[in-house]
Design a protein around this ligand. Structure first.
Ligand code: NAI
Length: 395
């Protein structure tokens, strides 16, 4: 029987996924994009050519055609078994709200990536619709579109990709993880973590805000003549701060695991062992977190997000997604979980206090997550949870 798959998004990741999924026999692949003009542009490309996915490592090409690309949620979603979100986190709500009225079957909603708080948001917007929510830590590849709707390149593929699943009364026609694995091929190997808060707490979305804070907290406002290196330009004290934030997340995970072993395993890695594991082939000096960041060739050329001034100099860009996405759909969620687990988080608080000024928002008041803008984040508090027990009860 045909498996009906809807891919939400029209960017780099959506292109790769649409190509790989459409190459599967027995899958009907539809693409939903709500961004102006993308659907008509991609549809026009499809009329006269297939979508080509090129793998840089072996120059192989996969050619396939999704059934259609549309901006009409009703067309994309009716009868779908699996709906895969391949968009930045800030766009998740928009897609969720568009699809909910049209769901017919019990459905698996997959965040690829999901990012912290994805489950809270899905469960709220889906209300009583039977669904499984799967959330993966990242995109399976680094990739970029070469020609819109026609050609996309996979630059690198991850070895493994960890995800979690929560189910709300869903009886699916097939196993969505096995299906996704068959679409991806051998790599990345999908790993299912047992407890859903693990993936939120494992998320590395604190790294960008922490390194931006460390670099710019004492900035004198003078434009720079060059763009500084993001990772390889860190100082020992920047790294000490990053590590302190990571420590608080590890402690939060441990407490969540103690209080509610159904929600968290208690076992989330500190950033240093994570870097060692993830980048063991590209780091030259694994002595410390500091040396690992400085000598990781995978970070070659990665710069701070900056804006050019009229006289050709550079100032930091505090509107960049490193803050605008990673704070509300990352750091604030982690802070919310720390609060529910009763963990004090002075480093996270210092970081959030700075970030919220840069973003023109108020999340924290003192050390509590009770500012007006908590509601625009994906912290559990934004969905009315006041205790971990309430999170358990909602599943
Ligand atoms: P992208 O920037 O190519 O995707 C953007 C797409 O999201 C747009 O094409 C559109 O379809 C949708 N979208 C964005 N804003 C929208 C709006 N206002 N209204 C409606 N639709 C909107 O993103 P990409 O590269 O596909 O990445 C997806 C996610 O994966 C992101 O969270 C990214 O950080 C993450 N990621 C990407 C990697 C890559 O190599 N491309 C690598 C690792 C993670």
């Amino acid at each position: 029987e045909t498996k009906v798959v809807c891919i939400c998004g029209g960017g780099n990741g959506a292109h790769v996924l649409a190509g790989l999924a459409a190459a599967q026999a027995q899958a009907e692949v539809r693409v939903l994009t709500l961004l102006k003009n993308e659907a008509s542009k991609w549809s026009a490309s499809l009329r006269d050519s297939e979508l080509v996915v090129i793998r840089r490592d072996d120059s192989s090409e996969i050619m396939a055609k999704p059934a259609f690309v549309t901006d009409k949620a009703s067309r994309a979603v009716t009868g779908a078994d699996v709906i895969i979100f391949c968009v930045p986190a800030f766009a998740h709500r928009m897609y969720l709200e568009a699809i909910v009225p049209h769901l017919e079957r019990h459905v698996a909603i997959v965040g690829l990536p999901g990012r912290p708080g994805f489950e809270f948001q899905c469960l709220e917007v889906m209300r009583d619709a039977p669904c499984s929510v799967l959330s993966y830590e990242s995109l399976p590849w680094s990739c970029r579109i070469l020609e819109y709707g026609r050609k996309v390149e996979i630059l690198g593929t991850k070895d493994t990709l960890t995800g979690t699943a929560v189910s709300k009364k869903a009886q699916l026609r097939f196993d969505p993880v096995a299906f996704l694995q068959s679409v991806l091929g051998e790599l990345p190997a999908l790993v299912t973590a047992g407890k859903f808060l693990d993936v939120s707490l494992m998320s590395k979305s604190f790294i960008h805000p922490a390194l931006m804070y460390a670099k710019w907290k004492d900035w004198d406002g003078q434009p720079l003549s060059e763009m500084p290196l993001f990772y390889q330009g860190v100082s020992e004290s920047d790294v000490a701060f990053l590590s302190a934030v990571s420590d608080e997340i590890v402690t939060t995970a441990r407490e969540v695991g103690k209080l509610r072993p159904d929600l968290g395993s208690g076992d989330v890695d500190h950033i240093f062992p994570w870097i060692v594991r993830s980048y063991k082939y590209s780091v030259q000096d694994l002595t410390s977190l500091y040396t690992a960041l400085k000598t990781n060739s995978a970070y070659d050329g990665l710069l701070h997000p900056m804006t050019k001034t009229v006289d050709g100099k550079w100032i930091p860009d505090f509107t960049h997604r490193y803050l605008s996405e990673d704070v509300p759909c990352g750091l604030v969620v982690v802070k919310g979980l720390a609060e529910l687990a009763g963990v004090a988080s002075p480093a996270i608080d210092r970081l959030l206090a700075w970030c919220q000024v840069k973003l023109g928002k108020e999340f924290l008041v003192g050390s509590e997550l009770k500012g007006d803008d908590v509601k625009v984040t994906r912290a559990p508090q934004a969905f009315g949870y006041k205790a971990l027990d309430e999170v358990s009860a909602s599943l």
